[in-house]
Design a protein around this ligand. Structure first.
Ligand code: G6P
Length: 603
């Protein structure tokens, strides 16, 4: 979703900003813009579409020493040049970039700016004019006017503000949306994601909600809402710029699909102690063990990962598990059990829908764990416990390795809790051993690229719609498989409980509709095969993805055998590749699908 990069104190600020914005491209955006100033000249450039359009608009004469840049994913107002950030106040003095959503922007415009006309439709344009009006009408300094505006704003934001008459200072503030300060020698940077500025620094300072930070070339000053100065130590980002290179891969998604066996082994390394036992915070294990119900709260692919791990968690821990969509759960909280434990599954650790649930569960005093790929992310900071996925940055918008890492992480947690509770199933379940078998099985599946590409060409190259079906865990993989296919190839794909198809959806089956059946469940395989026959009789082209022991000779994809509770980890791999090739063969951008954002920081 929207990205922010800014720098003060270095020449060619525009180039640093462009590089940073390019590193944030993967998060999804539809327009971009930047403001730079070199004390003599100012440049404000915006464009719809890709960052290269912005780059083309910059002339060689630009040599900024301060600047702020932005990639926008439209919420208020269509994607257009006028709605792109930075936004300028009507007196021309202030420029502002913003991530997030200002909920009371219409009231603010009405109460404070009734006489003004705006060039666009964004909430950000209201805010920049609000600050300017406080400065003008009340003779306030930039900082005080900014502080005053923050006190009347409701919503989520990460702001970076420059007053053209103070071309040595960037003012920043955040609430709910991420923003970091990066420290350099003789310069400082700001970014909504550390990845954007790793070529400049590895030393970062976090900003807490409702703080205001004054950033100059020589230092930063953090103030709380009352204006009290806050001292905060910097931390070293444990990321390597090479982690975000594509290497020889044509797309990040393919690289990330290939990385999954390594991620399985990395997780084992990270969470196994010298005796081969699970090494997870004992207090966390105790708190989960003491709960009478686990609530997994998540969105998108992470939600599907929650479902894929449900029966594994229940079997090994003997604790009932509910999987809930954050955006629904937050507003329609069901009757909770007496001792609930909340697990927030979130690749980015920033998803606003999930965060609003965490804010509520914190308020209610319930223990929580965030399982995320991003150390220091908002949900990680705000939950009582964090388990990191150690999957390395996931850049492709369509999530692959984070999905499998989340399931594997839950398997490791399940083992720790099961052992702690002495559950019967945990004695025969060795997560580390099983994950090493999974890693090898995954390797053999990712090696099937050419074959899968040819299958896609045969069955899916022109179709408008497709169905994945399965039962039990296979149904949950079917949901993820369908999501992946629709996200990047725009095929209207649905994941269905195989038995449910005949109760309505079978009406959609036409001649040559692809129906992909996933069959890894011992007790359900025969039924799913029956359901495939039903659609075949109505003209569908069926494709079977079956585990070795249940496979028939005519099945198209055969999965190596793994522990029955972990089959999703292997069954999902061919479906990721199917989505990848369906997208590629249609000529779409694999890593940056239309309308989607990697990290969705609005509700
Ligand atoms: C966005 C992404 C999805 C992702 C979902 C949840 O919609 O496009 O790929 O699954 O957010 O993200 P999270 O970071 O919370 O896992």
């Amino acid at each position: 979703m929207c990205g922010i990069v800014g720098i003060v104190g270095k020449t060619h600020a525009e180039q640093i900003i462009i590089n940073g914005l390019q590193r944030l491209e993967y998060r999804g955006y539809d327009s971009a813009g930047l403001f730079v100033s070199d004390e003599k000249q100012e440049h404000l450039v915006k464009s719809q579409g890709r960052i290269k359009n912005l780059q083309e608009k910059l002339t060689n004469e630009v040599n900024g020493t301060i600047g702020i840049g932005h990639t926008r994913w439209a919420t208020h107002g269509k994607p257009s040049e006028e709605n792109a950030h930075p936004h300028t106040s009507q007196n021309g003095q202030l420029v502002l970039v913003h991530n997030g959503v200002i909920e009371n922007f219409a009231e603010l415009a009405n109460d404070y700016l009734a006489e003004e006309n705006f060039y666009g439709q964004t909430d950000t344009e209201i805010v920049v004019n609000l600050i300017a009006s406080f400065m003008e009408k009340e003779s306030l300094s930039t900082k005080t006017a900014f502080q005053k505006a923050l006190s009347v704003i409701h919503g989520s934001y990460a702001f970076a503000l420059v007053n053209k008459e103070e071309p040595e200072t960037i003012y920043v503030a955040k609430n709910k949306s991420p923003l970091l300060i990066g420290l350099g020698e003789g310069f400082n940077v700001i970014a909504s994601d550390a990845l954007a500025v790793l070529d400049q620094t590895h030393e970062f300072v976090e900003i807490a909600d409702n703080e205001l930070v004054t950033v100059t070339a020589d230092g930063i000053v953090i103030e709380d809402q009352k204006g009290e100065i806050i001292q905060r130590d910097a931390y070293q980002a444990q990321l390597d710029a090479s982690d975000i290179e594509k290497g020889t891969y044509p797309f990040y998604m393919l690289k990330e699909i290939d990385e999954q066996p390594t991620v399985m082994r990395k997780l084992t390394q990270e969470y196994r102690d010298d005796q081969g036992k699970v090494n997870i915070d004992k207090d966390l294990v105790e708190e989960v063990s003491a709960s009478d119900r686990i609530y997994i709260v998540a969105c998108g692919t992470s939600y599907n990962a929650g479902w894929a791990a449900k029966s594994l968690l229940e079997t090994v821990t003997q604790i009932p598990v509910e999987v809930q969509l954050s955006s629904e759960f937050g507003y329609n909280m069901p009757l909770l059990s007496e001792r609930p434990f909340f697990i927030f599954l979130t690749q980015s650790g920033e998803t606003a829908d999930s965060r609003q649930v965490l804010v509520q569960t914190n308020r209610l005093g319930f223990p929580s764990l965030t399982i995320t790929n991003v150390a220091g992310s908002t949900l990680s900071r705000e939950a009582k416990y964090t388990l990191l996925l150690h999957a390395g940055p996931e850049i492709a918008v369509a999530s692959t390795k984070a999905y499998t890492a989340q399931i594997a992480m839950l398997a490791i947690l399940a083992q720790a809790v099961g052992k702690n509770k002495n559950s019967k199933a945990s004695t025969s379940f060795d997560a580390f051993h099983e994950l090493s078998i999974v890693a090898t099985a995954m390797e053999s599946m990712v090696d099937e690229k050419d074959y899968i590409s040819s299958l896609v060409e045969h069955y899916l190259s022109t179709t408008r719609n497709a169905f994945y079906i399965g039962r039990g865990n296979d149904y949950y993989v079917a949901s993820e498989a369908a999501l992946k296919l629709k996200e990047i190839s725009y095929v209207q794909a649905e994941g269905f409980a195989a038995g449910e198809l005949k109760h309505g959806t079978i009406a959609l089956i036409e001649e040559a509709t692809p129906v992909l059946g996933i069959i890894t469940g011992q007790n359900t395989g025969a039924h799913t095969r029956g359901n495939l026959k039903e659609v075949e009789s109505r003209g569908a082209n069926t494709i079977v993805i079956a585990s070795e022991e249940l496979a028939r000779q005519e099945d198209q994809i055969i999965l190596p055998t793994v522990h029955p509770l972990l089959t999703s980890l292997v069954a999902v791999i061919p479906t990721q590749l199917i989505a990848y090739y369906a997208c590629l063969q249609r000529g779409y951008d694999v890593d940056k699908p239309r309308n989607l954002a990697k990290s969705v920081t609005v509700e």
